[in-house]
Design a protein around this ligand. Structure first.
Ligand SMILES: *[C@@H]1O[C@H](CO)[C@@H](O)[C@H](O)[C@H]1NC(C)=O
Ligand SMILES: *[C@@H]1O[C@H](CO)[C@@H](O)[C@H](O)[C@H]1NC(C)=O
Ligand SMILES: *[C@@H]1O[C@H](CO)[C@@H](O)[C@H](O)[C@H]1NC(C)=O
Length: 537
């Protein structure tokens, strides 16, 4: 057993000794390794630390950025909320306007609307063009898809004059109807005196706008019907009923266009009144139900501003009037070129200023004040002639040698200028290319021979072969040759193709002539002062 133990011990010893031995061998390199590892680990940790620090810094930066963005977003949200509130207010405003417009469209309309079909719908739409049209016709032209109904127009032009007006537009005919407060059939009741019933007619428009609309339209009319029973307009020379025109003047015609004060109705014009002795059915003296139905077409006096009736005092008498709207159609077109501010306004000018217009003979300048009506003082101010020439005409020609023939147009040899080629040097004749006012000047030197008697030289200005002016130099008993200057000036109104030239002559038996040389003593010049522009437009 002891042996065994010893062996075992020894075995252990050997084993352990061996281990110890080998440990002793490697102890030194392990320490080194450990150290090396430590160093490496430290380096690694440091690197990792640095990385982490960097990352932290990045994250911090990111965080800061995020914060800023969040604040910005919050601000934006607040702004948007404010905008939203504003928009809501706007929408409410628009809704209010829409409602009031729709309410306005529900207007009292005449039951008798044969003149135009009434559609109670309203369309609020832009014309697609900027600016408000002047008539329904213009509105229809701007947007043919619009339906008939109430629309805004501005007859006297946008931005000037009176406010736009709200009218009924018939988009089929393009007509404009002005509504008023008395369109339904109204009973005049019973009263005796002339005009004892008097009703003002109120149009929802200024008289300026009404006039402007009528001026733009080729035709305007207003229907008027009077259902009567023993209630004459006129009886025994007394006018019991009349209407007032736009100037407030009394009118006695109930149809057509008749401004000379004559009392008549449609049957009077047609010659088919119930009683052929009177001009209106209602003027018939008998208690029967009659009617006068007419259409007033006089653009110069429309619209009807007041209706006056009388002599309906009897129980059996009755009178009911029905006044239609003022309806205007068509558009006055300007034929030719504008010759006044009214023409300019008609073609759409609305800005005050200086304009050129065609005058009777010349172009003229006018100042137009479109804030005024055409018949107002100061609407057009005449400034003067505008110097417009459709083509320039001027010449200056000379001679280079003496000229002897008498009564022959003097030809010219040198041309300094001949703008418009109106001067023919060969023939010596000027031919007016256009009608207008022209100026001419001729100058030359007369050579008079020595003579014991009288010697002279004349120059003559001819227009179409007719002598219109002359100049003359003469000498008596001249011992030596004399030189004298001849001149001629003239301002002439010429028609197209009129011809002007100069000739010379001297008494027979003498031998004077027009002296010239390389010094060019002979001059003929001329030019157009003003053109009669009408002929070339
Ligand atoms: C009258 O005209 C005004 C503006 O000019 C408009 O606001 C109103 O709606 C019109 N009323 C009628 C009954 O046409
Ligand atoms: C004018 O006449 C002279 C003499 O005949 C000639 O020599 C000269 O060239 C002429 N001048 C002109 C501009 O024609
Ligand atoms: C100028 O007059 C001459 C002589 O009359 C004529 O032969 C010639 O055709 C005229 N020239 C022009 C451009 O008319």
């Amino acid at each position: 057993m002891a042996r065994l133990t010893a062996v075992f011990f020894c075995l252990m010893l050997i084993l352990s000794c061996g281990t110890i031995f080998s440990s002793a061998l490697t102890t030194f390199s392990l320490e080194d390794k450990l150290h090396e590892l430590e160093v490496r680990l430290e380096a690694k940790i440091e690197a990792k630390n640095a990385q982490l620090e960097e990352k932290v810094a990045q994250l911090e930066a990111q965080l800061e950025l995020n914060n800023e963005l969040r604040q910005e977003l919050a601000l934006k949200v607040i702004q948007l909320e404010a905008k939203n509130v504003q928009l809501e207010v706007k929408i409410q405003d628009q809704e209010r306007i829409l409602t009031s417009l729709l309410e306005a469209a529900e207007l009292p309309v005449s039951t008798d609307s044969k003149l135009f079909p009434v559609k109670k719908e309203i369309s609020i739409r832009s014309t697609g063009k900027s600016g408000i049209p002047r008539t329904c016709r213009e509105l229809r032209a701007a947007d043919p898809s619009l339906s008939s109904g109430m629309h805004w127009i501005d007859p006297d032009g946008q931005g000037v004059g009176d406010n736009p007006i709200y009218v009924y537009c018939d988009m089929t005919s393009g007509s404009t109807s002005l509504l008023h407060d008395s369109e339904s059939s109204l009973n005049v009741g019973h009263c005796a005196e002339a005009g004892c019933y008097s009703r003002p007619i109120n149009y929802n428009s200024s008289i300026g706008q009404i006039k402007a609309l009528m001026e733009l339209s080729t035709e305007c009319h207003q229907s008027i019907k009077y259902d009567c029973n023993f209630s004459p307009f006129k009886l025994n020379g007394v006018a019991y009923s009349w209407w007032n025109d736009r100037e407030g003047n009394a009118q006695h015609f109930w149809s057509g266009s008749n401004t000379d004060g004559v009392h008549t109705c449609q049957c009077g014009i047609d010659g088919n009144c119930v009683d052929s002795a009177v001009k209106c059915n209602c003027d018939t003296i008998s208690p029967i139900q009659l009617v006068d139905d007419g259409v007033i077409t006089d653009k110069n006096v429309l619209p009807v501003t007041r209706l006056n009736f009388g002599r309906t005092q009897l129980e059996t008498s009755s009178g009911v009037h029905t006044l239609g709207r003022l309806v205007c159609t068509g558009s006055v077109t300007l034929t030719g070129l504008p010759s006044s501010c009214a023409d300019l306004q008609m073609i759409g000018h609305t800005l005050n200023g200086f304009y050129s217009v065609v005058g009777s003979a010349k172009m003229e300048s006018v100042y137009c004040d479109f804030t005024k009506l055409p018949d107002d003082a100061g609407f057009q101010k005449w400034i003067g002639y505008a110097d417009v020439k459709s083509a320039p005409v001027h010449f200056y020609v000379q001679r280079n040698s003496s000229f002897y023939p008498q009564n022959t147009p003097i030809p010219f040899e040198l041309v300094v200028m001949n703008e418009g080629n109106a001067m023919n040097l060969t023939s010596g004749k000027f031919t007016a290319p256009r009608p207008g006012t022209y100026y001419f000047s001729f100058a030359g030197v007369a050579r008079l021979s020595s003579s014991s008697s009288s010697v002279s030289l004349s120059s003559y200005l001819y227009l179409n072969g007719k002598l219109i002016g002359s100049s003359n130099v003469d000498e008596t008993n001249t011992p030596v040759v004399q030189y004298s200057v001849l001149t001629l000036q003239s301002t002439l109104n010429l028609k197209k193709d009129d011809q002007v030239w100069v000739t010379i002559s001297y008494p027979s038996g003498t031998s004077s002539f027009l002296s010239d040389s390389i010094y060019h003593y002979t001059h003929f010049t001329g030019f157009m002062l003003e053109e009669e522009i009408g002929a070339s437009l």
